[in-house]
Design a binder for this molecule. Structure first.
Ligand code: NAI
Length: 353
């Protein structure tokens, strides 16, 4: 790894929005536009406070910078979060129309799409107020629509590649724990079931667990026990922080590979996992399938290029694992360095132009 020092990259901007009429409270964080307009999904969640929502937006937008840079996309990193009111909202469509106005006010510096808690209908509502939105209903050429199946495909490709690098067993027959059975987790569980993996599943929504048990012959596990249950592979597909100081020493999986953003509560936990012989596939590398599809939709890409780029996540991870081994580094640190180098080079090019 080059010893060239990389500059710290503070966030470029954080915007807070309030709309009394619809009850909208949102944060849009723009981490970097070094490689292009900031792009990132819109997370909808209950937060304890505006400070907690802002912290989430800051962390998630930074992760988008690294994700987009590693995937070779001509976009920077940003993220929106909507603070879901405790008593719900009177009109969800109007709330997202108001959110669209917030996005539009940034003049194209930020482009949004779905994330945990939002869906295609929400993006359609936002699109009434702004053109800086993707994840809209699928076009006739197959591009667009819910990006989650692409995210699941990318994670699945990464898992296959990591298993091929590390094990002489196949993914078929292995036990995979899927934490979170939402848009991505359920689609990933379907792919794993089809390939012959045995599934452990958990969600705080019992209906989703029941669906996975029925469709995939999966074994239900309590939501607070899935991370440390006996299994070969853990796929965190809920919210962030599955690997934290309380779980890192109890993990029984040999590979962590899932869709959730910010799976490590702090970056130092990657080294702790490596010390225990557990391979951690960097989240922002393996969960890039959705943003690859979103960028193609926003930038007029075609379906074949999306398929190629999403399938390339597997070989990309395999190369990173080999490179990290050769350099005595963790894949997470090496990915971080690569992404930061690309962004720093992006800034240098912009300054020189
Ligand atoms: P989603 O909102 O559809 O699903 C999340 C699921 O996790 C829900 O079923 C929820 O009930 C469950 N959950 C929440 N807390 C839990 C807990 N403590 N234990 C077990 N289950 C829990 O979200 P989606 O879209 O499936 O995204 C999942 C993760 O992947 C998020 O972290 C998201 O940021 C990330 N991601 C999603 C992408 C996409 O294309 N949708 C792209 C890249 C990352």
């Amino acid at each position: 790894m080059s010893s060239r020092p990389l500059p710290e990259l503070p966030h470029e901007a954080v915007h807070l929005f309030h709309d009394d009429e619809t009850g909208l409270r949102a944060v849009i964080a723009i981490h970097s536009t070094a490689l292009g307009p900031a792009i990132g999904g819109c997370r909808v969640q209950r937060y304890a406070s505006e400070t907690a929502a802002t912290q989430d937006a800051l962390r998630l937008s930074e992760a988008m910078t690294w994700k987009n840079a590693l995937a070779g996309l001509p976009f920077g990193g940003g993220k929106a979060v909507i603070l879901w009111p405790e008593h719900g909202v009177a009109d969800r469509t109007r709330l997202f129309e108001a959110f669209g106005r917030c996005v539009h006010s940034l003049g194209g510096r930020f482009v949004t799409a779905e994330d945990a808690g939002s869906g295609v209908a929400d993006m359609q509502a936002a699109a009434r107020s702004t053109s800086h939105v993707a994840g809209l209903p699928r076009r006739a050429d197959g591009v667009g629509g819910d990006p989650s199946p692409w995210t699941a495909r990318g994670v699945f490709a990464a898992m296959q590649a990591a298993v091929a690098e590390r094990d002489d067993r196949a993914l078929a027959g292995m036990t995979v724990g899927v934490q979170g059975l939402g848009h991505v987790g359920m689609a990933l569980a379907a792919l794993l079931h089809r390939t012959g993996a045995r599934l452990l599943v958990a969600d705080v929504d019992n209906g989703r667990v029941a669906e996975a048990v029925r469709r995939f012959d999966a074994e239900p596990v309590a939501a607070d026990a899935i991370v440390t249950a006996p299994m070969d592979i853990l796929a965190p597909c809920a919210l962030g922080g599955a690997i934290n100081p309380a779980t890192v020493h109890k993990l029984q999986a040999r590979l962590v590979c899932g869709a959730a953003n910010n799976q490590l509560e702090h970056p130092g936990l990657a080294a702790e996992l490596a010390r225990r012989g557990i391979l951690y596939a960097p989240d922002y590398l393996v969960n890039a399938g959705g943003i690859i599809a979103v960028c193609a939709e926003y930038g007029d890409g075609d379906l074949a290029s999306v398929e190629r780029a999403v399938e390339a996540i597997g070989p990309g991870l395999a190369a990173l694992i080999r490179d990290a081994e050769a350099k005595g580094e963790t894949p997470a640190r090496l990915a971080d360095h690569l992404a930061r180098t690309r962004v720093a080079d992006g800034w240098s090019r912009r300054r020189a132009a």
